[in-house]
Design a protein around this ligand. Structure first.
Ligand code: PEP
Ligand code: MN
Length: 620
């Protein structure tokens, strides 16, 4: 049973409630979260909870049917594990990588440097190693922990390492940012109780012969005191001998249904074979995992442990690229340190960290969350307002859609990019899937009116042609359309919006994925006051006008061809006040600091009238 407390519940109220619960033979834990505080009640419960509902400090009593209480989805908890700037279990997909064991200073630091360059934010490495044979390398112990801390200090990565015994928890927590409880210890209850007492996220690996229920009960030992638990599927023992373990990816969607805890996958131990790690990593992302734990070694064939399943740096880079291109398909964003600017709460915190156009549940909000991780994006009514808020410094960043793979460019935003003196500092691609939503009880045949953003309507053209009798109204925002039909309690109206919007406004979904083509992606750009050019920027956006004479655009294209710059987008827009004259937006592959792009930029003024660099940023 979970007792959700009112915001204004006093410490006295909590003590009162707890002593009543203790008198009734239960054990309690108070869990104070950012959004809400609860009392988790454990033990044999011989009361209905009705008597508690009338207590002035109690908001709600949730009865939980599962044997695991705090881990259960019914408890109403949201994922609580934040690693760096990333809320694990949110839209970000987190890759943790490193050697099986910390072997030496040279190997660990080389690995950390290479991974950090690739954008990996969490370094793994065992200092205490559980080895099947007592004659195998057992790890460097505290010396290994010191090396991990050194790698963290040098690269800024966070470090995760295994703790094997309860008496070492404090020691390991002194050096590590994240503690790992290994498969062999999933039911070492003393260890579970000990990691519950430290303020560190815990990765709880699945025991080799553990059922999902047993695993969740293991998590429950930690959750009473420490809610920062991440589950890691790492393969189980089956009769199969072709792989070291059988990676049970069924567990991922099953866990997503049963628990709010984030779930990551370790395909290295799951397969035991290097060449199977990439396919099973992609399968993990497809199954809905929140991240991966991957073994990597500079020279796997000489590794002191688990070399056969460790990737080389080249293989890890290949894997990261594959994950990055798959992420938008499953609505996620791969967490890579250099992809996104940090949100800092500087001395004078801005009013909003990120602004977007629309209501909660809008695709732009999802894009902002995907790009920045754990932020609270603020919605504003119009695209222009996004630009205004960033230009005035009220918000450091804005996220705006710029083009859709089915419906084309969002022209207004191209024009605003020219009007405001802001820079593009990043981009994010999102798969967009539209649904037909209506108030509860409304059936498709009741519908007479349909509300949708013009872009959404354009993307669902084929579906709309099946309903010629509906009157279609254009609105300013997909999620805003849902909000409106909900507020009006409209019995004959529907809206086109995301699943997220359906959840937020608690409406029914009458038809799912009604977009013309599932290959429906929107590219968003992140805007800020100043450019942010760094070594990883590989895309440059410019806008220019040409003189009104024959061959003007050809001269520009010739220049781009001559310097072998790859043009990835060309868009023309009318120039305001000069009918039938156009300006051109271009995206190029390459950084403004690269010789080719800078040569083009150096020569362009000769064949253009005006030229503005909109930004140079890491491509999505
Ligand atoms: C490890 O991550 O190196 C490890 C020992 O994993 P597991 O506990 O899953 O075997
Ligand atoms: Mn290992």
């Amino acid at each position: 049973m979970i007792i959700v407390l009112r915001q204004d519940a006093s410490p006295r109220d909590v003590t009162d409630l707890e002593s009543w619960l203790h008198d009734h033979g239960t054990v309690t834990t108070v869990i104070r979260g950012e959004e809400r505080s609860v009392i988790a009640v454990i033990g044999a419960i011989h009361f209905s909870g009705k008597e508690l509902e009338s207590h002035p400090a109690v908001l709600e009593v949730i009865r939980i049917s599962q044997p695991y209480k705090i881990a259960s989805r019914e408890s109403g908890f949201a994922p609580q594990v934040k690693i760096g700037n990333v809320l694990v279990g949110g839209p970000k997909f987190l890759v943790m990588a490193g050697p099986c064991a910390v072997e030496s200073r040279e190997i660990l630091l080389e690995t950390a440097r290479r991974l950090s360059e690739m954008g990996v934010t969490v370094l793994r490495g065992g200092a205490f190693k559980p080895r099947t044979s007592p004659y195998s390398f057992q790890g460097l112990g505290e010396e290994g922990l010191k090396l991990l801390a050194e790698a963290r200090d040098e690269t800024g990565m966070l470090v995760v390492t295994e703790v094997m015994t309860a008496d070492k928890v404090d020691l390991v927590a002194r050096y590590a940012d994240i503690l790992q409880v290994g498969a062999r210890n999933m039911q070492n209850f003393d260890l579970l109780k000990a990691v519950a007492e430290v303020d560190r996220p815990v990765i709880l690996k699945r025991g080799m012969a553990a059922t999902i229920d047993e695993w969740l009960m293991g998590a429950e030992y930690i959750l009473g005191r420490n809610q920062k638990v991440i589950l890691c599927e790492r393969g189980i023992r089956t009769f199969e001998t072709k792989t070291r373990n059988t990676l049970d990816l069924n567990a991922v969607p099953v866990l997503k249904e049963l628990t709010h805890l984030p779930v990551i996958v370790d395909p290295s131990h799951g397969t035991g074979v290097r060449r199977y790690v990439l396919p099973m990593s992609l399968a993990s992302m497809g199954a809905g995992a929140d991240g991966l734990l991957i073994e990597v070694h500079p020279d796997p064939d000489r590794a002191l442990s688990d070399g056969a399943q460790s990737l080389t740096f080249v293989e890890l880079q290949r894997l990261l690229k594959a994950l990055q291109s798959m992420a938008p398909v499953v609505g996620r964003e791969l967490e890579l340190s250099w992809r996104h600017p940090e949100i800092t709460t500087a001395s004078a915190p801005p009013k909003a960290q990120v602004v977007y156009q629309g209501e909660p549940g809008a695709f732009s909000e999802t894009a902002a969350l995907a790009f920045f991780g754990d932020v609270k994006p603020v919605g504003v009514p119009a695209f222009r307002n996004v630009f205004e808020k960033v230009a005035s410094g009220e918000s450091p960043y804005g996220v705006i859609p710029i083009e859709n793979s089915l419906a084309g460019s969002i022209n207004q935003n191209y024009d605003l990019l020219l009007e405001f003196d802001l820079s593009i500092v990043g981009e994010v691609k999102l798969r967009v899937s539209h649904n037909l939503l209506a108030n509860r009880g409304v059936r498709e045949k009741d519908i007479k009116k349909l509300y949708g953003h013009p872009q959404a309507l354009a993307q669902c053209d084929r579906f709309l042609r099946l309903h010629p009798d509906w009157t279609v109204y254009q609105t300013y925002d997909t999620a805003g359309s849902v909000k409106m039909i909900k507020e009006q309690e409209a019995p004959d109206a529907a809206a086109i919006a995301s699943l997220q919007a359906a959840k937020i406004y608690d409406v029914d979904m009458l038809a799912e994925a009604i977009e013309d083509n599932p290959q429906n992606y929107t590219r968003f750009v992140v805007i800020a006051q100043s450019p942010r050019v760094h070594g990883r920027c590989d895309k440059t956006s410019v806008v220019f006008t040409t003189p009104n004479k024959p061959g003007a655009l050809f001269a520009v294209l010739q220049l781009i061809a001559k310097h072998e710059v790859n043009l990835v987008k060309l868009e023309s827009r009318p120039i305001q006040g000069r009918p039938w004259e156009y300006m051109f937006y271009m995206d190029w592959e390459g950084s403004i600091e690269s010789p080719n792009v800078s040569a083009v930029l150096g020569a362009l003024p000769e064949c253009t009238e005006t030229l503005k660099v909109l930004g140079c940023y890491p491509s999505a």
